[in-house]
Design a protein around this ligand. Structure first.
Ligand SMILES: [Zn+2]
Length: 242
């Protein structure tokens, strides 16, 4: 079996998360490392992120439709920086995501359409994060993805209407949950940490003061490294079906 995340053959990797910027914030350095290793990365984002703003994009100066359009553009630029080859937007309203049966069907459809070897999402069990309460959309995204993977995506008896559309059952081999308090895999991503930072800087509506942001990101080095000689990690809870 390959070392986790170091596959010998090119993999088709699908990232399903709630908001534009989640892929970069949660696991951007890992995705950059994988794209540079020759794996194909595609994003499927469930909401438009139309309620996520900072001091420059307050609701009184920008409608949610305008913010949605800006966030699409920011996400496309960030995904290009990471090396992702495609971005799909489902554009559900930000902040109201619920892991219901309709959303599960959408996720099963994209899994069967794109046939990923590896699926990346976030851990739905993370209620409390280092910065406080985890966003409910993040939990909903993680939950609906896991529910779609098992037992629905690989079983033709689930959502037979998708068979009529031509989408055959497909089961990913590995599920990588970012934003977890119970990691099973830790990757050293020091080499591609600058790519993550560059990509994140495209999300101008989210990061506010650039210098403060860079400082904050730089301080996220591991405890065994220093500001002068930092080392960075990203952690995942991984389920593998071999
Ligand atoms: Zn988010």
């Amino acid at each position: 079996m390959d070392e986790p995340g170091s596959w010998q053959t090119p993999k088709n990797i699908l990232v399903i998360l709630a908001h534009p910027d989640d892929p970069e914030f949660f696991c951007g350095a890992t995705l950059a490392r994988w794209s540079r290793a020759g794996h194909k990365i595609t994003y499927f984002l469930l909401t438009c992120g139309d309620k996520g703003y900072n001091e420059t994009t307050r609701p009184e100066t920008m409608s949610s439709d305008e913010l949605c359009a800006v966030r699409h553009r920011e996400q496309l630029a960030a995904a290009t920086a990471i090396g992702a080859q495609g971005v799909h937007f489902l554009d559900r309203p930000d902040g109201y995501l619920v892991p219901d049966m309709e959303l599960r069907r959408e996720v099963v459809r994209i899994i069967r359409r794109l046939k990923p070897d590896v699926l990346v999402t976030c851990d739905p069990q993370t209620v409390f994060a280092a910065y406080g309460i985890n966003h409910p959309d993040h939990r909903a995204a993680g939950q609906v993805v896991l529910d779609a993977v098992f037992p629905a995506a690989g079983n033709a008896a689930y959502f037979p209407e998708l068979l009529v559309e031509g989408w055959q059952p497909h089961m990913p081999k590995e599920i990588w949950c970012s934003l977890t308090n119970e990691p099973t895999v830790t990757l050293d991503v020091t080499e591609t940490w600058p790519v993550k930072l560059d990509a994140l800087l495209h999300h101008k509506t989210q990061i506010g003061d650039v210098d403060k942001f860079k400082l904050r990101m730089r301080s996220r080095h591991t405890d065994d490294s220093t500001d002068e000689n930092p080392r960075f990690e990203e952690k995942f809870r991984v389920v593998r079906y071999d």
